[in-house]
Design a binder for this molecule. Structure first.
Ligand SMILES: O=c1[nH]c(=O)c2[nH]c(=O)[nH]c2[nH]1
Length: 295
């Protein structure tokens, strides 16, 4: 006899835009985000017995995402995710957990004639700010992050001393290109309530700024021995910077740039110290992950 081992459902890819108008200065600020809200609880019978009486329609979940964006600030996204998740577990007795994911897209204010423009913005990259909130009747677990921040350094990266055996063809290198799409996250200690999230709410923007700065500064300045070691150094610094963060981690593709031997063409030198033209690779790519916990 089979039984339902786990179930959650909701609305994904809900795109939301909110504008904030400052009547005094005439300045407007905008936020664009994509929201996913999935619910868990006493919903088994909807799967096993076609009992739709326990189903909050995903259409209603979508409506709620818009209404909560109207009723509450959407910044920082951790706070909005908390209000939204709390609504579902408070409103419906049989819903025990709301899984909220918010992805914030970049709209950076234009500078025109040296001045910040009051209402015009541009997309300065595919990087997003992410939040995953798991909201129950007993508390909130929040994981914040950065995704899709593409970086490259043209030197200052080596990879040698790795295990060599009959499967190995890779040459050791003391100078290589390093490029990745940063996926970073930091997990907060449990919040007992939305009130606890609201108290000291500045922590979220501060941590996001710190993680972004640490990521880029360490990437740029570290004489990298490997992706593994460089990402570990980033994690250590994020834990140092944010005492309320318990875990931090990265998932980094190693996007390879291959040397091209052009010596067959008039003896053209384009390898080793003479390498200038490289072939960026699509795949395969390395994929290096870690999570570092506060001890
Ligand atoms: O930084 C690296 N880590 C690896 O584990 C690895 N493996 C590989 O082929 N190149 C690299 N680079």
């Amino acid at each position: 006899m089979p039984s339902l081992a786990s179930a959650r459902y909701g609305k994904d890819n809900v795109r939301v835009y909110k504008v904030e108008r400052d009547a005094e200065t005439g300045t407007q600020s905008v936020t664009e985000m994509t929201v996913c809200a999935l619910l868990e609880g006493a919903i088994e019978t909807s799967y096993t017995e076609a009992d739709n009486s326990v189903v909050v329609a995903t259409d209603s979940i979508k409506n709620t995402i818009y209404i909560k964006a109207k009723e509450h600030p959407v910044n920082p996204p951790e706070l909005y995710a908390s209000y939204l998740g709390q609504h579902f577990v408070n409103k419906y007795a049989h819903i025990t957990t709301a899984h909220i994911k918010v992805t914030v897209h970049r709209w950076t204010r234009m500078t025109i004639d040296g001045k910040p423009h009051p209402h015009s913005f541009y997309r300065d990259g595919e990087e997003t700010r992410t939040v995953e909130a798991t909201v129950t009747k007993d508390g909130l677990d929040i994981k914040s992050g950065i995704n899709g921040l593409t970086v490259l350094k043209s030197t200052g990266s080596a990879f040698h001393g790795f295990l060599r055996d009959e499967y190995t063809t890779l040459k050791e290198t003391w100078d290589r290109i390093l490029s990745t799409d940063v996926d970073a996250s930091w997990t907060w200690g449990r919040f007992a309530s939305v009130a606890a999230v609201e108290t000291g709410v500045d922590r979220f923007d501060r941590a996001w700024n710190a993680a972004r700065t640490i990521t880029m500064k360490t990437f740029a300045e570290d004489e990298s021995a490997s992706v593994q070691n460089t990402m570990y150094k980033m994690c250590e610094q994020i834990l140092d910077a944010e005492p309320e963060v318990n875990l931090t981690g990265y998932s980094l593709p190693n996007k390879h740039y291959f040397e091209i031997d052009l010596s067959w063409h008039n003896g053209l030198k384009n390898t080793g110290a003479d390498a200038e033209v490289y072939a960026p690779q699509g795949g395969p790519n390395g994929l290096i992950k870690c999570v570092v916990a506060r001890s």
